[in-house]
Design a protein around this ligand. Structure first.
Ligand code: GUN
Length: 286
């Protein structure tokens, strides 16, 4: 079965929209500032998607698009202004940033209460020890997809491929929480015999950022396959000159997996939907 992330994300946004209108009737106008520096095509496209979702759920969009040449100092100044602006509930700086800006410094400058990505070390730490924290959007979206698809996670062996701060590490933590109750193995570029490990998985989370990382011979019959990859492949038949593929060989795996997410239309829309939910929560906690 193909998991329809577009539909699940639309349901989450509809629920958020309802709660936004309730907050508005109490005089709170949920507001997100998305900061984009430069013109990275993938980032421009993600930010456009976030702005579209903000409009759909009825939130205030305070997004700022800065030139590539923006200095670290100016970016930090903008974050400081937004931190001190009570009408702004969430701040998201789209990553990656241009090379002359220190990403870690920028993430640490965001007020943890407005950190709707859940990337600030205080929020990461709270997540690790089970204290309330905004859940990182993509990992949380994956958990919601598993839930909505009715996947039995308790006791399942989940193999995560990738150890990034944005996906691999946090999704491993979420899968291992009592609520989800998976046994988690985290694979990465240093992993020996990856195929053998992945073959043992009841649930595969592919977040390597490389097409065909997971091939059919690595997938156990009936496994659940969640594809987090968003890779641009040159394609002359397309208007924009590329097509998107994930990290798994979808066509070869779709009949072997019990559930699989497509790319596009799987995890991607969930990331944005969970961002709307985190912004709503930041505004509710105000
Ligand atoms: N770049 C890729 N994914 C993300 C994300 O979830 N948040 C931010 N801020 N940047 C990203």
């Amino acid at each position: 079965m193909i998991i329809d992330g577009k539909q699940v994300a639309a349901d989450v946004r509809a629920d958020v929209a309802k709660k936004v209108s309730e907050l508005k009737s109490k005089g709170i106008n949920p507001c997100l500032a998305v900061i984009l520096v430069g013109e990275n095509p993938a980032s421009v496209s993600y930010v456009t998607g976030k702005q579209k979702a903000l409009a759909e759920v009825g939130m205030v969009d305070r997004s700022v698009h800065l030139p590539e040449s923006t200095s670290e100092e100016d970016l930090l100044k903008l974050i400081d202004e937004l931190n001190n602006d009570d009408s702004v509930h969430g701040i998201l700086v789209q990553l990656p940033l241009p090379k002359h800006i220190n990403e870690e410094k920028v993430i640490m400058a965001i007020n943890p209460k407005k950190d709707v990505d859940g990337f600030h070390p205080v929020n990461v730490g709270n997540l690790v020890i089970g204290r309330p924290a905004p859940l990182p959007c993509t990992p949380h979206g994956i958990i919601v997809l598993l839930e909505k698809a009715g996947v039995k996670t308790s006791g399942a062996h989940a193999v995560v491929i990738g150890r990034s701060n944005i996906v691999g590490k946090p999704v491993s933590l979420l899968l291992a929480r009592k609520e989800t109750n998976c046994t988690v193995t985290m694979c990465h570029t240093g992993t020996k015999n990856m195929a053998e490990i992945v073959k043992q998985a009841d649930i595969i989370i592919a977040a390597a950022g490389r097409p065909n990382t997971v091939t059919a011979d690595m997938v156990k019959e009936g496994a659940v396959v969640i594809d987090v990859g968003v890779n641009r492949i040159p394609d002359e038949t397309k208007k924009n000159g590329f097509r998107l593929v994930g990290d798994v060989d979808f066509d070869a795996i779709k009949d072997k997996a019990s559930f699989i997410t497509p790319v596009p239309g799987g995890v991607g829309p969930m990331t944005i939907a969970m961002l709307m939910q985190n912004t709503l929560e930041a505004a509710s906690n105000d």
